[in-house]
Write a protein that binds this ligand. Structure first.
Ligand code: NAD
Length: 313
C-alpha cells in the first residue's frame, strides 16, 4: 500500500495519519478547515517528538515521517491514488452518509472505505453508497497512535474480503485489530466502557459513593488487573458457577436505565462540562487538568514502550 487518505484532521484523524506515515505509507489528510490541517501537522510533530523521548522512534526520522503526510481541503484531490480511506469527521450520521456517498463515487471499486465512528451502525453509514460491500468500520481509540486496539466492524453488506484486508492492513501498521462479528451500536469496547460509566454515574447520583471514590475503586482495585485479565478470562478464573451466583443476587440492583442519567443531564444543563468548564462530577483546576493530560500520555507511552520491548525480546 502506497497511499491512504484520512478524512477529518481533528483529534483522531491526525493520529491515524501519523500511524500510517510512521510505517512508510504516504497519508493525505483532508479537512474543511486549513487551520485544522496546519495544527494537525504540528500535533503529529509533537507526538513523534514525545515518542522519540520515550525511545519509541528516532528524532532524526521525524521530518521524514511528516513529509509523507500531505494536506488538502479538496476531497477529490485527497483521495486521488489512495487505496485505503478512513473517515474521521464528527460523529454525525447524515454527515458521514454524505461523505461515504461522495467517497463511493470518487474512489475506484478496489479502494476500501472505512469509518472511525465511535458508536454508529456501519450499515446505516453506508446506506447512501452504491457499493456497500467495501465499506467497513475501523474504530481506533484515542490517542490512536498510542492505543493499539482497532475494532474492525462489518456492515450488513460488507464483504468478508473487505474485513480481512482491513484487518491485515491494520496489523501491518502495528495496531491490534479485532474482528467484531455483528454491526451493533457501540460495537464491543464502547458497550463495555459505557456499561461501566452508566453504573459509575448511578452510584454517584444515588449517593452510594462520591465521584473520586468511584475512580479509586477502579484504579486501586479491579482496574489494576484489567490489562492482564479481561472480564471473560476473569469469569472463568473465579468460576462460571460463582459468576452465576453473584449475578443471581446482584443484577437486579444494578443500573439498567435505557436513558442517560438525569444527574448527568443536569450537569450538562448547568454548564458543568468537566475539564472543558473546570467542573463536572468533580472540580478541576487548570493545573490538575494539565497534569491529568500529561500523566495519561506518559503512562500510555511507558506502557507502549514496555510492550514493544517485550515483543522485541
Ligand atoms: N475523540 C475520541 O476520543 C474518539 C475516539 C474514537 C473514535 N472517535 C470518532 O472519530 C470521529 C472523529 O472524532 P474527533 O474527536 O477526531 O472529531 P474532531 O471534531 O476533533 O475532528 C473532526 C474533523 O472533521 C472535520 N470535518 C467535518 N466535516 C468534514 C468534511 N465534510 N470533510 C472533511 N473534514 C470534515 C472537522 O473540520 C474536524 O476537524 C468521530 O466519528 C468520533 O466519534 C472519536
Amino acid at each position: 500500500m502506497e497511499k491512504i487518505a484520512v478524512i477529518g484532521a481533528g483529534l483522531m484523524g491526525h493520529g491515524i495519519a501519523q500511524i500510517f506515515a510512521s510505517h512508510g505509507i504516504c497519508a493525505s489528510l483532508v479537512d474543511l478547515d486549513r487551520h485544522t490541517l496546519d495544527h494537525a501537522i504540528q500535533s503529529i510533530r509533537n507526538n513523534l517528538f514525545l515518542m522519540a523521548e520515550f525511545g519509541l522512534g528516532l528524532k532524526e526520522d521525524i521530518d521524514l515521517i511528516v513529509d509523507r503526510i500531505s494536506t488538502t481541503t479538496d476531497l477529490e484531490q485527497g483521495v486521488d491514488q489512495a487505496t485505503f480511506v478512513i473517515e474521521a469527521v464528527a460523529e454525525n450520521l447524515s454527515l458521514k452518509q454524505r461523505i461515504f456517498h461522495d467517497l463511493d463515487a470518487l474512489c475506484p471499486t478496489s479502494v476500501i472505505l472505512a469509518s472511525n465512528t465511535s458508536v454508529i451502525s456501519i450499515t446505516e453509514i453506508a446506506l447512501k453508497a452504491k457499493r456497500q460491500e467495501r465499506i467497513v468500520g475501523t474504530h481506533f481509540w484515542n490517542p490512536p497512535h498510542l492505543i493499539p486496539l482497532v475494532e474492525v466492524v462489518p456492515g450488513d453488506n460488507t464483504k468478508a474480503e473487505t474485513v480481512d484486508a482491513t484487518y491485515k492492513i491494520l496489523l501491518d501498521v502495528g495496531k491490534h485489530p479485532v474482528k467484531v462479528k455483528k454491526d451493533v451500536p457501540g460495537f464491543v469496547a464502547n458497550r463495555l466502557q459505557h456499561a461501566l460509566w452508566r453504573e459509575a454515574i448511578s452510584i454517584v447520583a444515588n449517593g452510594i459513593a462520591d465521584a473520586a471514590t468511584v475512580d479509586e475503586c477502579v484504579k486501586y482495585g479491579f482496574g489494576l488487573r484489567l490489562p492482564f485479565l479481561g472480564p471473560m478470562e476473569n469469569a472463568d478464573m473465579v468460576g462460571t458457577d460463582l459468576t452465576l451466583a453473584i449475578h443471581e443476587y446482584i443484577l437486579k440492583h444494578i443500573e439498567s436505565s435505557p436513558s442517560p442519567s438525569p444527574h448527568l443531564a443536569k450537569l450538562v444543563g448547568d454548564g458543568n462540562l468537566g475539564f472543558k468548564s473546570g467542573k463536572g462530577f468533580q472540580e478541576w483546576s487548570k493545573d490538575q487538568i494539565e497534569t491529568s493530560h500529561r500523566e495519561l500520555q506518559r503512562y500510555l507511552l511507558k506502557t507502549l514502550k514496555e510492550k514493544s520491548q517485550k515483543s522485541a525480546d
